[in-house]
Every structure is written in structure tokens, then in C-alpha cells.
Ligand binder design. Structure first.
Ligand code: F6P
Length: 359
């Protein structure tokens, strides 16, 4: 072990995702087994603004958390120390973070988070903090990794919901529209839609034509299927249209998406004459216990992050590149989004079995 990397800070940032605790557990256990001390930083980067918001984590402290959703490290507060929200606007507290990091005697920082959190982690790396990133998002839209923990759990939950909605769709000959998460990328919609046997899957990557969707649904009648299941990602847009927002962006606050499912259901009811209902799965997709796949992936990520610390390799993000867990520069990840490629074989499979993707 590199003698200078003995004390690791670990924090979780951004929206929660099932598997955060599994990563923390792996970091703590692998760290302890390598003779390192692991300090849990609470409330994301806030734990580095005030050293009182941190605590030593031992293997005993993480016993039993593998299956827990959420994070044991307080909240995943989205506050960015470079633009920290204050009463009068914003302040740059990044120097304070670097100072606290030094005062706490930390040698490395493991940051578990999505695109926003990893971008902040990269900025701190450039300011001299030895950082290793661990990608987290149920949306699965972080570049450089085939999967992020949380995605499989979200897909499993959404698939189960679609299975259940089939009952009402069939019994009432209705169109059931399911709105799933996926701000910029349709991974959840496509995977859950295919796993759940959806008839229409609308993703942000392909602008949909509602007339074509309605015609597809009417065609199903000709062979006796009088119901339809439509899965729509929250970030899907009609041809020439815009995102459907619940609340618009304000300074320092990202826009909140929501409502596309209802819009699609209303339009389809009008155009097909079929009774339609919509269901928004929302944050249910981010809650609960991680699937076995996500527990394993999260554990592999945590163990790899500690290995990088041990080897003194920083400014990197651990990534899934089956069959291996690899590491790539954080610089290659920030500011980019992994959308569903238009030649993705699952899209091709969807079309080939007669699923409409709205085009
Ligand atoms: O980033 C993951 C995500 O689940 C997006 O799909 C969704 O738009 C967003 O989080 C919702 O975040 P919040 O909890 O802040 O409303």
C-alpha cells in the first residue's frame, strides 16, 4: 500500500439510487482490510465544509447496510461548494473544502455520485484533492460505463409495475401509459418496456409522432389486442415539441420534468377513442432495496475505488466494462451524457417484434 494514502473520505451526492450503501460498505470493508481508515462525510460535500459532519466508519458500522436503499451518510444534498446557495445568492466555498480535507488529515476522497457530483469531484481533483469517482444513477446515462448501480433496480421495479398494469389494460381494454424516469436518456423506458412487453416505448432520443403511435395502437385491434401499454420516459418529446416540465429551471435549480405520460394518454384517448389512463412511477423507482445485480456491481465499484486509492491512481472514475471493472479519466466523463444509441440492438429488436418507438 502506498503509505501516504491511509485515510479515505467517502461521500454520496446527487439523487439517491439503490446501491449507495452497498458501495459505502465495500469501501469501508476493503479499506479496513488494506489497513486504511475510512471517514464517512455527511450530506455530500457539506461534510467537507464542516468536519463535525463526519464520522469514522468501521466494518461494524456498515454491517447490514448492503440491502438498504438511500444512504447512511445523511442526505445526498445537491449543494455545489463552488456555487453554494446562500441567502443573498451563491458563494464559492471550494477553498474551504480543500482546507477541511487537509485539516481532517484525509489522503483521498471517494465520491459516489451522478454526472453533477462527478463534475464537482473533477473540479476538486483539479484543485489538488486526490479523488476517485464512483458512477451512480438510475438513469444509466453516465458515459464510459455500461451500467451504473441503481439502474437494474429501477428497471426491475418499472417492469413489475408494467406487469401489474397489464391487468387493468386487458380487463378494461384500455391504453395504460406509464411514465418512467429518464431525463436525457431512455434506458429505463427501453429496458423496462421490453421486459414488460410494452406495445409502445417513447424515449428522449427519438422524437415521437403521436399520430403514428395512435395508428399503431389502432392496428393492434385488427388482430384482437384491444388494449395497449405505452411506456414513456419523462424526457420524451413529440416531433417539433419541447420537454414537458413540472417546474421550470430557476437560478441554481434544475427544471423538474413530469407530465408527459398524462399528455400522451390524453392525446391517445382523443385520437383512438379508447379509454386511457396514465401512471407516473416517479421516485418509487429510486427507492427500496437494490437488486442482486446492483448489490454486486456496487460492491465491485467500491472495492475497485479502494484499489485505486491504494495504488495512488486519482482523477479516475471506476466503470463497468464487462467482464471487468476498469477506470477511466473523470475528465472524459464530465459534461457528457450516454444516450441510447440509435443503432442499439434492443431498439432494433423492439422494432422487429412490432413495438412502436414513436417514429
Ligand atoms: O437523475 C436521476 C433522476 O432520477 C432523473 O431521471 C429525474 O429527472 C431526476 O432524478 C429527479 O430528481 P429529483 O429527485 O431532484 O426530482
Amino acid at each position: 500500500m502506498s503509505p501516504e494514502h491511509r485515510k479515505i473520505g467517502v461521500l454520496t451526492g446527487g439523487g439517491d439510487a439503490p446501491g449507495l450503501n452497498a458501495v459505502i460498505r465495500a469501501v469501508v470493508k476493503a479499506g479496513a482490510n488494506s489497513g486504511m481508515e475510512v471517514i464517512g462525510l455527511e450530506d455530500s460535500f457539506d461534510g467537507l465544509l464542516d468536519s463535525a459532519r463526519s464520522r469514522r466508519l468501521t466494518p461494524h458500522d456498515v454491517t447490514g447496510i448492503l440491502r438498504l436503499g438511500g444512504t447512511i451518510l445523511g442526505t445526498t444534498n445537491r449543494g455545489n461548494p463552488f456555487e453554494y446557495p446562500t441567502d443573498g445568492g451563491k458563494a464559492d466555498y471550494s477553498d474551504r473544502v480543500v482546507e477541511t480535507f487537509g485539516q481532517m488529515g484525509l489522503d483521498a476522497l471517494v465520491v459516489i455520485g451522478g454526472d453533477g457530483t462527478l463534475a464537482i469531484a473533477h473540479q476538486f481533483y483539479l484543485k489538488g484533492i486526490p479523488v476517485v469517482g464512483v458512477p451512480k444513477t438510475i438513469d444509466n446515462d453516465i458515459v464510459g460505463t455500461t451500467s451504473c448501480f441503481g439502474f437494474d433496480t429501477a428497471v426491475s421495479f418499472a417492469t413489475d409495475a408494467i406487469d401489474r398494469l397489464h391487468t387493468t389494460a386487458q380487463s378494461h381494454k384500455r391504453i395504460m401509459v406509464v411514465e418512467v424516469m429518464g431525463r436525457y436518456a431512455g434506458w429505463i423506458a427501453l429496458h423496462a418496456g421490453m421486459a414488460g412487453g410494452a406495445d409502445v416505448i417513447l424515449v428522449p432520443e427519438i422524437a415521437y409522432d403521436i399520430e403514428k403511435v395512435a395508428a399503431h395502437i389502432m392496428r393492434r385491434d385488427t388482430w384482437g389486442a384491444r388494449f395497449s401499454i405505452v411506456v414513456v420516459a419523462e424526457g420524451a418529446k413529440p416531433v417539433g415539441g419541447a420537454l414537458t416540465l413540472k417546474t421550470a429551471a430557476r437560478p441554481g435549480v434544475v427544471e423538474r420534468l413530469g407530465g408527459i405520460g398524462e399528455q400522451v394518454a390524453d392525446a391517445l384517448q382523443e385520437m383512438t377513442g379508447k379509454e386511457s389512463r396514465s401512471v407516473v412511477l416517479g421516485h418509487l423507482q429510486r427507492g427500496g432495496s437494490p437488486t442482486s445485480f446492483d448489490r454486486v456491481l456496487a460492491t465491485r465499484f467500491g472495492a475497485k475505488a479502494v484499489e485505486l486509492v491504494r495504488r495512488g491512481v486519482f482523477g479516475r472514475m471506476v466503470a463497468n466494462n464487462p467482464p471487468d471493472i476498469v477506470h477511466i479519466p473523470l475528465a472524459d466523463v464530465v459534461g457528457r451524457t450516454k444516450t441510447v444509441p440509435l443503432d442499439y440492438d434492443l431498439l432494433t429488436a423492439a422494432r422487429s417484434i412490432g413495438v412502436s418507438v414513436g417514429d
